[in-house]
Design a protein. Structure first.
Length: 262
């Protein structure tokens, strides 16, 4: 199993889509930090480096990160089908479940890597602004960017790390869903398109009652920010739901792969 895991991680990080995604998520915060219309778009004058992670997550999490994940994870199945490398692997005395489980673990690690590079790029871009105590908020805690008074560096770091963890939880179901579509379609383009189309359809269902919206993935895209919910208690419910989606999609991918003729 360990050998399969290392193989999947090497293939994941070696793919062009993964490399492009990791580079862009690291570099783009450096651009946004000095964008001339940043204050007009977000309605806040950035005065601390601790505020840039919220801006980066706010810009990338609704669209860019899901796109990168859906394409890269779908490619983990589709590229092997197109290159003819998956069938010979399955002809060896290797358990099919271990093969897809290793792909699932690698797929679930990719959102974590993207969030890490996003936060790293944001904090690097924030060095000129400093990371000391300031009056305001990180955009990821109580009061969002307005804050509730002075905010120290240690508390700001805690809020950034907490938001990063929640951002990973938001993106995990998308990786599992993309892998599921990859198994069902055995084609990178079709699987990534199906994943992204599913997310878009969910976003279009804003006309439904809020009780139904709460079970949709896209309803929880603002989970990373303290102000994403009016009731902080809903954060735990959102985390539980997203983890259930991740486990469910992952188990479905394993079940489908075990019975799929490749």
């Amino acid at each position: 199993m360990l050998t399969l895991l290392l193989l999947e991680f090497r293939k994941l990080l070696g793919s062009r889509s993964a490399k492009l995604a990791l580079i862009l998520t690291f570099v783009l915060p450096l651009v946004w930090a000095y964008a001339p219309r940043l204050a007009q778009v977000f309605g806040v004058n950035v005065i601390s480096g601790w505020q840039l992670p919220a801006i980066s997550l706010g810009l990338t999490l609704p669209l860019l990160l899901p796109l990168f994940i859906s394409v890269t994870v779908a490619e983990s199945i589709g590229s092997e089908i197109s290159h003819g490398t998956l069938a010979p692997l399955l002809l060896r005395p290797v358990d099919r479940t271990k093969v897809i489980a290793s792909k699932l673990i690698a797929a679930l690690s990719f959102p974590i890597l993207l969030v890490a590079t996003t936060l790293a790029g944001s904090l690097l871009a924030g060095i000129p602004l400093g990371f000391g105590t300031f009056t305001g908020g990180t955009g990821l805690g109580p009061g969002l960017f307005v804050g509730v008074g002075q905010l120290g560096g240690s508390e700001a770091l805690r809020q950034v790390l907490h938001a990063g963890l929640l951002a990973c939880v938001i993106l995990l179901p998308i990786a599992a869903l993309s892998l599921l579509f990859g198994v069902l379609y055995l084609n990178t383009a079709a699987a990534s398109l199906a994943t992204f189309a599913t997310l878009i359809v969910m976003q279009l269902l804003v006309v439904l009652p809020e009780g139904i919206q709460k079970i949709l993935l896209t309803y929880h895209f603002k989970l990373y920010a303290y102000g994403g919910y009016t009731n902080p208690g809903d954060v735990n419910q959102g985390v539980i739901l997203l983890l259930i989606y991740t486990i469910g999609f992952g188990m479905m991918a394993i079940f489908a792969f075990d019975r799929r003729d490749v």
